[in-house]
Design a protein around this ligand. Structure first.
Ligand SMILES: NC(=O)c1ccc[n+]([C@@H]2O[C@H](COP(=O)([O-])OP(=O)(O)OC[C@H]3O[C@@H](n4cnc5c(N)ncnc54)[C@H](OP(=O)(O)O)[C@@H]3O)[C@@H](O)[C@H]2O)c1
Length: 274
């Protein structure tokens, strides 16, 4: 199926996440290199990415958005206001602004634009790079279903999306945007555990990663509650329950809950903290 989006796109901020999204969208042929302009304040970073991806790049944000239908804001939260004010004279209501900045509400961007411009807030995560991203979406005051549809088409090319009320976006940040880091710690620990019980490191890391992928896939495909699925692995008096007792003693569940709560809290204060 041809999923290509025939829109001109400006990506402002070509750092980690802007770069990941651009690379994935071009690889999946959702966007063509001719339809994309990238902009970054670091001219060398822009030049290198432009060369690698075959897109035109600039350090002039206002110029980048001039011809664009979709404008993807991928700068740090504390830069968003200044950036939006800079491009504001070039923006009209037939363009769509999509911001991936954590902590930045759509009303904040709308206020900086000072006109009725559609804005969608998106919170993706780094697994977008391999097509297994998770992106939360919510729309601002002047965006409608058609704006959400086009944003969904972009992010579903690199994973799956969920559309939520904007009040949940900091929680999405704390769970699925920060989440890959939490899972990497779990994977690192499982790999280390494999080495401890005598496995070669490479084999241990493969066993751990495929196990996490498989368990997640079962949850996604069956929709079953993880607690039920856990019970199905746990034979009375067997090996798994021995391990589970250790997890309980180490407070793994409580620790993960607290990690997401803390990350969510931080997402709420990020904009004000910078
Ligand atoms: N990383 C993640 O996992 C993740 C996940 C979801 C959402 N996000 C969001 O994505 C945004 C970007 O995060 P990141 O991790 O990709 O940060 P990053 O690597 O620092 O990328 C931001 C890029 O924007 C450039 N920049 C700064 N000011 C600019 C301006 N006025 N105009 C154009 N470009 C400018 C930066 O250049 P300099 O380095 O020279 O300042 C940098 O290249 C953040 O708002 C973050 O909340 C990140």
């Amino acid at each position: 199926m041809n999923k290509a989006i025939h829109k001109r796109v400006a990506v402002l901020g070509l750092g980690k996440m802007g770069g990941i999204l651009l690379e994935a969208l071009l690889r999946e042929k959702i966007l063509s290199p001719e339809s994309v302009v990238g902009s970054d304040s670091d001219s060398e970073r822009a030049r290198l990415l432009g060369e690698r991806l075959g897109i035109s790049v600039t350090t002039d944000n206002a110029k980048a958005v001039e011809q664009a239908d979709l404008i993807l804001i991928c700068v740090k939260p504390n830069v968003v206001k200044e950036l939006v004010e800079e491009i504001s004279p070039q923006i009209s209501s037939d363009q769509l602004l999509i911001s991936i900045a954590a902590s930045v509400p759509t009303h904040y961007i709308e206020a900086a634009l000072d006109a009725e411009i559609p804005v969608v807030r998106a919170m993706p995560n780094t697994p977008c790079v391999v097509g297994y991203g998770m992106t939360g979406l919510s729309k601002g005051r002047f965006a409608d279903e058609s704006h959400l549809d086009i944003t969904r088409a972009l992010f579903e090319a690199v994973g799956i999306t969920i559309t939520l009320d904007e009040k949940h976006m900091d929680a999405v940040t704390g769970l699925s945007a920060s989440g890959p880091a939490f899972v990497y710690v779990i994977l690192e620990s499982l790999g280390e555990a494999g080495v401890k019980v005598g496995l070669p490191r490479e084999a241990a890391n493969l066993l751990a990663a495929q196990t996490v992928r498989g368990a997640a896939q079962v949850v996604l495909e069956t929709g079953d509650h993880p607690a039920l699925l856990k019970d199905a692995v746990t034979t009375p008096g067997g090996c798994t329950v021995e391990g589970l007792m250790e997890l309980e003693e180490g407070k793994l569940r409580l620790t993960l809950i607290k990690a997401v709560v803390k990350a969510t809290r931080r997402a709420k204060e990020l904009l004000l903290a910078n």
